[in-house]
Ligand binder design. Structure first.
Ligand code: DP6
Length: 327
């Protein structure tokens, strides 16, 4: 009745932004990501019949059971208790070794680790695809952190969402890319991705046009990944990111995740690229900038970022494995 799992965050190169079903958390389109080593969530789940409510401890803080994050986790655990025929409440302890809620997709590694630890503690024997579909119900991007390396999220077609899960496309050793995360603020983000994407889908005239770009972008990005064509991946990943943000900015009222430093980094990076720096950017639902480069350009890119005004810190990650159980 107890298990510990580790999962890594992932960064989308082709963005997920918008749902076709909110209750089952089904994405409106696919997405494509790289799972990262070097940053991790470690989660232990123990079902204990002596408990009256789920006891959830995140990064050393005990959550109030009536708070929104606690209710989200309890609802997720219910998705496991029901098929496992377990009534017991759970003790959940989760630790991130990187800043939570800073646009670093801690919900991705968080729900991936929780899905694996809780399903194992409950005695459910799930395939990786079933685990991915389960993690998706906690957070869409978590479906991708079940797998390592590059993976593609399938939006699925079934109303029950069973076919809405990630699939691996190239393992962590396929291509020696690095991801540097340039932190442009120390604060927490103000509009979480769920609210931002729902508001975009409800009010932005650019939402459907963005969705229409996703499938062709995934096809082209896969080709670039298979042939390790960095220049081509640069073009496709930056345009997917900017189109996602364009749809959010065009919502009513517009959702702007960037701060001044975010744009400074983007402009400086594009200028440095003109001078030969091999790197591209992507940005999620927060102001930090994630920069991808080939492994042999790492030192040059790191020096470039450290010298930029407004960059507080730089985290470095490489392609990582999928979620795994700690024994
Ligand atoms: C901008 O997976 O956090 O990072 O499914 O509502 O939990 P929910 O959303 P979430 O959204 C991630 C959005 C993104 C892009 C991406 O990771 O694809």
């Amino acid at each position: 009745m107890i298990a510990t799992a580790v999962a890594h965050p992932n960064i989308a190169l082709i963005k997920y932004w918008g749902k076709r079903d909110e209750a089952l958390n089904l994405p409106a389109a696919g997405s494509l990501s790289l799972t990262l080593a070097g940053l991790a969530t470690t989660t232990t789940v123990e079902f204990d019949p002596a408990l009256e409510t789920d006891q959830i401890n995140l990064d050393g803080h005990q959550l109030d059971p009536t708070s929104r994050p606690a209710r989200r986790i309890t609802a997720f655990l219910d998705l496991i208790r029901t098929p496992a025929r377990i009534e017991a409440r759970a003790r959940v302890t989760s630790i991130n070794d990187f800043p939570t809620a800073a646009g670093l997709a801690s919900s991705a590694s968080g729900f991936a680790a929780l899905a694996l630890a809780a399903s194992q503690a409950a005695g459910l024997d799930l395939s990786p695809e079933e685990l991915s579909a389960l993690a998706r119900q906690g957070s869409g991007s978590a479906a991708r952190s079940i797998f390592g390396g590059f993976c593609e999220m399938k939006p699925g077609q079934r109303p029950d969402g069973q076919d809405a899960h990630a699939v691996p496309i190239a393992d962590q050793n396929h291509w020696d890319l690095r991801c540097l995360i340039a932190l442009t603020t120390r604060g927490e983000k103000k509009i979480d991705s769920t609210s931002g994407m729902n508001h975009t889908s409800q009010t932005s005239p650019f939402f459907q046009p963005f969705i229409d770009t996703v499938a062709p972008d995934i096809r082209e990005a896969k080709k670039a990944i298979f042939s390790k064509d960095f220049a081509q991946l640069t073009r496709i990943a930056e345009r997917s990111c900017l189109r996602m943000h364009a749809s959010a900015i065009a919502a009513d009222p517009g959702v702007i995740y960037w701060n001044g430093q975010t744009l400074e980094v983007v402009h400086a990076l594009r200028e440095a690229r003109e001078e030969g720096l091999q790197a591209f950017f992507t940005i999620d639902a927060g102001p930090h900038v994630k920069i991808f480069c080939p492994g042999d350009a790492l030192n040059e890119v790191r020096t470039f970022l450290k010298d930029l005004p407004g960059v507080h810190d730089v985290l470095t990650a490489s392609p990582g494995p999928g979620a795994w159980l700690q024994t």
